[in-house]
Design a protein. Structure first.
Length: 261
């Protein structure tokens, strides 16, 4: 059996509890880890850093919508930039003079970063990890690296460091919340989303569902990369924006909607 740092931490937890020896804890850890995605004993616990030093901040913030007082929403697009869809999204947004928030994968910025070279100042660019892991299954060090590496390349490419972070799948563990807070990133979820799976081949229905889902303050989830069924949102973005405007909605970035920064 390979003993990694997680096993050591698990052993430390067991020792601290005084119930199990280190070897027993390692065996128990391996058994649980093999049969369950859930972790135990500290390795993934929020607030515990690998070197056991105290967290550098006492709390972080998580948002899923903005103020409900005005008819404003934030469109968000995850997983880009990618050359096939992102330019289409940017062109549509430009035609309507609508700002949006893009949650970028670091690896895509490295490969296709030029796509957003004109976005700074119009759109908001957030951190969506380097390569889209399920952060709830990673320990603090790995979560920290996913976020830090992505923020670094966004800053390098666009001259501005992100202040927002969206976890892949909206899936959070304590370690990812801690890593985000320590990097002064606000964690952004969503309160409405495009339902591409339900409305494949039904453009009127996807527009209707977007109009139905949008509420004052909504953060709306969409994607500018991924499986082809998501194209229905991209191809009908004109109609979605027109429909939401007809319903009296204005568009803004997540930070503006949520009064951040
Ligand atoms: Zn994603």
């Amino acid at each position: 059996m390979v003993v990694n740092r997680r096993d050591v931490l698990a052993g430390m937890g067991a020792t601290a509890f005084g119930a199990l020896g280190v070897i027993t804890a390692e065996k128990a850890y391996a058994e649980v880890h093999r049969t369950s995605p859930l972790q135990f004993y500290g390795g993934f616990a929020s607030g515990i850093r690998p070197d056991l030093s105290p967290p550098s901040v006492p709390a972080g913030s998580v948002v899923w919508s903005g103020s409900t007082d005005t008819r404003r929403v934030a469109l968000t697009f995850d997983d880009g930039p990618m050359p096939d869809w992102t330019p289409q999204v940017l062109n549509t947004l430009a035609r309507h003079e609508v700002p949006a928030t893009f949650f970028l994968k670091g690896i895509n910025v490295q490969l296709h970063g030029e796509i957003h070279r004109k976005s700074v100042g119009t759109h908001e660019l957030g951190n969506h990890t380097w390569d889209h892991p399920d952060l709830a299954r990673l320990d603090y060090a790995e979560c920290h690296r996913q976020l830090e590496r992505t923020s670094a390349i966004i800053e390098q490419r666009y001259g501005t460091r992100p202040t927002l972070f969206r976890p892949p799948y909206g899936h959070l563990g304590g370690a990812s919340l801690l890593a985000a807070a320590e990097q002064r990133l606000t964690t952004v979820l969503w309160s409405a989303q495009m339902n591409e799976n339900r409305f494949e081949g039904k453009p009127d229905a996807i527009v209707g569902s977007a109009r139905e889902a949008a509420q004052p303050g909504s953060i709306i989830l969409a994607h500018d990369s991924g499986p082809r069924n998501r194209l229905i949102t991209i191809k009908n973005l004109d109609s979605i924006i027109n429909g939401l405007k007809a319903d009296g909605f204005e568009f803004t970035t997540v930070s503006d909607l949520c009064g951040l920064g």
